[in-house]
Design a binder for this molecule. Structure first.
Ligand code: AHR
Length: 311
């Protein structure tokens, strides 16, 4: 898809350099910190002038930043939407100002796909499916008290965000093939370590039997580990733990056997984003969808990968 018909804004076209306005979600997790570093370093390497804002996980802050980038007449706007819905009005404003928008990491839910040029990021549904498949394949070992039922508690990401919705859906679709596996409690921990800890503490009090924690990211899983230990149980043994991301702290817990399986979600999107931005500003065609290739990790694979892990 190309927005060349819209042309580029005046500011960047004048001196030949590209100015990008980037509206980041926040600094809620280790993944997000690695993503921010990747974007800032890649912009520097590509010689792109980056205007960066941190929305502190609030959609209204992201909308304000995007409006300010429109006013500043940047050449291209990129952002990772906190939640999926509610973007049409501000994206229409960018379109009217002839500023192309690139979505990165998270998608928006809109009927008008002309409001953005492309999406660069992960297939979150597939990530949830991989998590679910591991549980189906390891259902017997995950039935810790051997009562014939595998009771899962789910720590959801930010309510209404693409990764929370899609990771839930992918996981549920796959575990539905095994009637022993049931989600017995599910609540948001907002993708933060503290959120994961607090929700897990509540689950441990309210839910009599927990075999498995499915956390939508490593940070919430790490928070859950703290709560499980405080309750006198052994994470990874008394309660199995599945997470998504594969950041260093998560991989360290996986290698130590405190997490049982991690589905990778790569935060290293900066280089692709700058490459796409240069093409879009030059009026070149780019694919509508650029999906990141990702893997999964067992404890043994984590131990092997850790020495070279960059984030
Ligand atoms: O959108 C990606 C998700 O957001 C990551 O899995 C999570 O860690 C982050 O906060």
């Amino acid at each position: 898809m190309s927005l060349s018909a819209c042309g580029s804004s005046e500011e960047g076209a004048d001196d030949g350099s590209i100015t990008m306005g980037f509206a980041q979600v926040g600094a809620e997790s280790g993944w997000r910190t690695a993503n921010t570093t990747s974007i800032q370093e890649s912009a520097k390497e590509a010689g792109i002038d980056l205007k960066f804002s941190d929305a502190q996980q609030k959609q209204e802050n992201q909308i304000k930043s995007i409006r300010s980038y429109i006013q500043q007449k940047v050449d291209v706007i990129a952002f990772s939407p906190v939640v999926e819905t509610g973007w049409d009005a501000v994206l229409q404003e960018a379109k009217r100002a002839k500023i192309p928008v690139v979505l990165t990491d998270r998608a928006v839910d809109t009927e008008d796909t002309s409001l953005y040029v492309t999406f660069i990021g992960s297939d979150f549904v597939e990530e949830g499916e991989k998590a679910g498949q591991w549980l189906v394949d390891n259902a017997e070992a995950s039935d810790v008290d051997k009562d014939g039922a595998v009771n899962v508690v789910e720590l959801q990401g930010t309510t209404g965000s693409a990764p929370a919705l899609d990771r839930k859906k992918g996981f549920e679709d796959v575990i539905s093939s095994d009637s022993k596996i049931k989600i017995t409690a599910s609540q948001t921990g907002d993708f933060t370590r503290d959120g994961g800890k607090q929700v897990m503490e509540a689950f441990l009090q309210s839910t009599p039997k927990i075999d498995v924690v499915y956390a939508h990211n490593d940070d919430m899983g790490l928070g859950a580990i703290e709560a499980i230990k405080a309750a006198g149980k052994k994470p990874g043994t008394d309660i199995k733990i599945i997470t998504v991301d594969a950041v260093k702290d998560g991989m360290t817990a996986l290698a130590a056997g405190e997490i049982n399986f991690i589905v990778e979600c790569s935060p290293l999107l900066g280089e692709q984003l700058m490459d796409v931005a240069e093409k879009v500003v030059a009026g070149e065609e780019v694919p509508d969808l650029i999906v990141t290739e990702e893997t999964t990790f067992t404890p043994e694979q984590a131990a092997e990968a850790l020495p070279d892990r960059k984030y």
